[in-house]
Design a protein around this ligand. Structure first.
Ligand SMILES: NC(=O)C1=CN([C@@H]2O[C@H](COP(=O)(O)OP(=O)(O)OC[C@H]3O[C@@H](n4cnc5c(N)ncnc54)[C@H](O)[C@@H]3O)[C@@H](O)[C@H]2O)C=CC1
Ligand SMILES: O=C(O)CCC(=O)C(=O)O
Length: 388
């Protein structure tokens, strides 16, 4: 029986995926965590914890090095909520262009006998612009960014995408109408609207700061539905005060953004739809079960991907450092124990590697000795024996 611990509100559709071989939230000493935005940086991981699945795209709430050292695989659910974010960004592009929130607020407080007279006089204050023909810069053209870019283009916007790390797979999903910028500055200086869809990491923290805001067009509208800290909020406030940035929309509140007419803060709802939450939880649950039951890895964010059909009765999996002679040491140890290897596969990602060894036979006593000996190799973080 595997133990799963959940953090945050995980959609029932995902929890329903788990077979009878899984217990949910019965103990903290879990084999698997299924999480959303809980911050795990200050938590100690139980040694038993083999896998963390993040139902969502971002994984900056998980300390990857600590997880790897604990022998814990970490996964996200790429694309599970991209459509939800896209729809919200399109809504906000329209809302920002038509002064929608201010106009609705005005109307909500416009009462009395002469409503229509006053309305006709005051509505000029809320005159907007149209999206068609305006330029949108999309920074980060992955799952979310590509959907936003394509949808905005379909609305008649000129769209410029900037993404120096665009994967070949992602490139297939981008409409040919999208212009590619080769530098961030090239995208920013042409845009009437700038929307940011990059992961949060060392490189992207402060990606949109004072220097970048200085080269934006006067009256630009800025959107941060990626993460806090990717847009420098203090710089944004300075440029809002200077009326260089017309409005700023963000999913990540901070005190300095409050009580301003030119800022709209939403409470991290980019991926908060029934559909996206069900997608993320379902994908996360499937990932946990696949990893625990077969050892196969797809969409890990700390380990290499490695998928091998599980056709033998036994399988050994090892997470270890990516250093010379690891595969040799593992094979020698098995040979010394008189255990025949049916097949062996290995993959590496930066300084961590993963090895799958398929075996025809392994009795109980051999299993215990083997796990004990393999675990004692200095560079090995986790050894597991799986039975089909
Ligand atoms: N507000 C919310 O509720 C949500 C927020 N997010 C945030 O949005 C981020 C993006 O999500 P996805 O598009 O699904 O991820 P993704 O991984 O599919 O796409 C991210 C893209 O950013 C690009 N990128 C990385 N560094 C860059 C840089 N320095 N400059 C330009 N591009 C860069 C990557 O090459 C990739 O194509 C997530 O990491 C998450 O933090 C995602 C979903 C919901
Ligand atoms: O709604 C959530 O759980 C988080 C969405 C998000 O920020 C992400 O997917 O990165």
């Amino acid at each position: 029986m595997y133990q799963v611990k959940t953090y945050n509100a995980i959609a029932q559709a995902g929890l329903d995926r788990f077979s009878d071989n899984y217990q949910i939230n019965k103990t903290d000493d879990a084999d698997a965590y299924l999480i959303r935005s809980v911050n795990l940086h200050d938590q100690e991981f139980p040694k038993k914890l083999k896998v963390i699945a993040r139902a969502g795209a971002g994984f900056n709430n998980i300390p990857l090095d600590k997880a790897t050292a604990n022998g814990t695989a970490v996964f996200n659910t790429p694309g599970s909520n991209a459509n939800a974010v896209k729809e919200l960004i399109i809504a906000l592009l329209v809302a920002s262009s038509r002064n929608l929130f201010a106009a609705a607020d005005y109307a909500a407080h416009n009462s009395g006998a002469d409503i229509s007279l006053r309305t006709e006089k005051d509505k000029t204050k809320f005159k907007g612009t149209e999206l068609t023909g305006r330029t949108l810069a999309v920074i980060g053209v992955g799952h979310v960014g590509s959907l936003v870019a394509n949808a905005a283009s379909a609305l008649g916007m000129k769209v410029i995408g900037y993404d120096p790390y665009l994967s070949a797979d992602a490139a297939w999903h981008i409409s040919t109408t999208i212009t590619r910028a080769t530098t961030l500055g090239e995208a920013l200086q042409q845009a009437d609207y700038v929307t940011v869809h990059v992961p949060k990491n060392e490189e992207t923290t402060g990606l949109i700061g004072a220097e970048q805001m200085a080269i934006m067009k006067d009256g630009v509208k800025l959107f941060n539905y990626s993460r806090d800290g990717i847009v420098d909020n203090e710089a944004a406030v300075d440029y809002l005060d200077a009326r260089k940035i017309r409005t700023y929309y963000t999913d990540f509140g901070e005190n300095i953004l409050l009580n301003r007419d030119d800022v709209v803060v939403t409470p991290h709802i980019g991926g908060s739809t029934l559909e996206a939450e069900a997608n993320g939880a379902t994908q996360g649950a499937n990932t946990i079960m696949t990893y625990l039951e077969t050892g196969n890895i797809e969409n890990s964010v700390n380990l290499p991907n490695l998928q091998v059909p599980f056709n033998t009765p036994y399988r050994l999996t090892l997470i270890h450092k990516n250093i010379p002679n690891m595969v040799g040491q593992i094979a020698t140890l098995l040979a010394d124990a008189g255990i025949n290897i049916e097949s062996m596969s290995n993959a590496a990602r930066k300084d961590v590697a993963y090895t799958i060894v398929d075996l025809d036979n392994l009795n109980n006593e051999e299993e215990h000795q083997l796990v004990d000996r393999l675990s004692k190799i200095d560079a090995v973080f986790r050894v597991r024996v799986l039975q089909k």
